[in-house]
Design a protein around this ligand. Sequence first.
Ligand code: NAD
Length: 368
Amino acid sequence: TSIGVPKESAEGERRVALVPKVIEKLTKRGGRVVVESGAGVEALIPDEHYTEAGAEIGDPWSCDVVVKVGRPTEEEISKLGDGTTLIGMLAPLTSPETIEKLKSQGVTAFAMESIPRISRAQGMDALSSQANVSGYKAVLEAAQASTRFFPMLTTAAGTVKPATALVLGVGVAGLQALATAKRLGARTTGYDVRPDVADQVKSLGAQWLDLGIEAAGEGGYARELTDEERQKQQDQLELAITGFDIVITTAQVPGREAPKLVSEKAVEGMRPGSVIVDLAGEGGGNCELTEPGETVVKHDVTIVSPLNLPATMPEHASELYARNITALLELMLDEGELSPDWDDEVLAKSCVTRESSAGGTSVDTDEP
Ligand code: NAD
């Protein structure tokens, strides 16, 4: 089985789907890895590092399996032959048209986002590996934009109080943000609508903000709030947010617009010089005043909405993502042949379109 690694084409994307460290694992399984020349350049990986690790430099699109980071463009999809397997972050819930195109091209596709969040599949969980990068980097962005110190300082010129940081939405990115803000010396607080997160928040030395709204949904995700709950949440957060120097928001519900947690009134209530980093920009943002992809100052509060933070740390983000992809491939590779066991929950759920033996294809974009 040949495995192709193209250079990512999306603007600002610096990650690459496989790194030299994982090549040997795949060649040992009988895979042949073909890397497009320059595929790793943005992650500072020259072609020679791939060839030294046992890969070839060549055309990745004619391979049996193509592994990507981001969603393929129409032009890229047209390069995939009938019967090819594609693996990547394909955004099946928000870009069903991509899946339709892959289907009509006769491609079997696996979406990394659709891998079930079960213990056995943790090694393949790209949402988690990349969310860790985002959560970490969000705190650095906040510190960068802040007019204040994070840590408490006791100096000859006087004492500076530690910053207070609130994280709204404590999934993987939120937990990493709490941990990182704590390491920088901030006093941290976490909030989520899934009550089981409270213990995880407290174990990171953070306070738990309880607003009395519980909305745990399926598969460990949150459900959408009712209109009444949403209003109650916004009103209560308006009061709670006032005292925080830093607010980092990560709240998402798969396939839905990001919930608006921070109203304009809440921003108005913050102290001038405070910072909001909104990680939900791709879904429209968690703050009413967020402009996705931009940094804006409103009511003297800086609102930062970075898109694709993992791409800003291409070395480690690629390394972790490559391990996720490799773990999924290992599940399918048997003595060099790609033979997915469709009874395996991980493969069945992550497969978003599948070329059937009868030549037809089936599409499944319902599952998160
Ligand atoms: P996510 O990115 O989908 O959402 C981020 C957080 O926002 C979630 O914690 C969610 O509860 C919260 N949220 C959504 N709507 C909200 C609202 N209106 N107000 C406040 N908070 C809101 O989450 P994620 O990081 O992808 O994690 C999703 C789930 O997967 C979690 O339960 C996590 O523990 C679980 N998980 C399991 C595994 C595993 O067992 N293999 C690995 C990673 C994550």
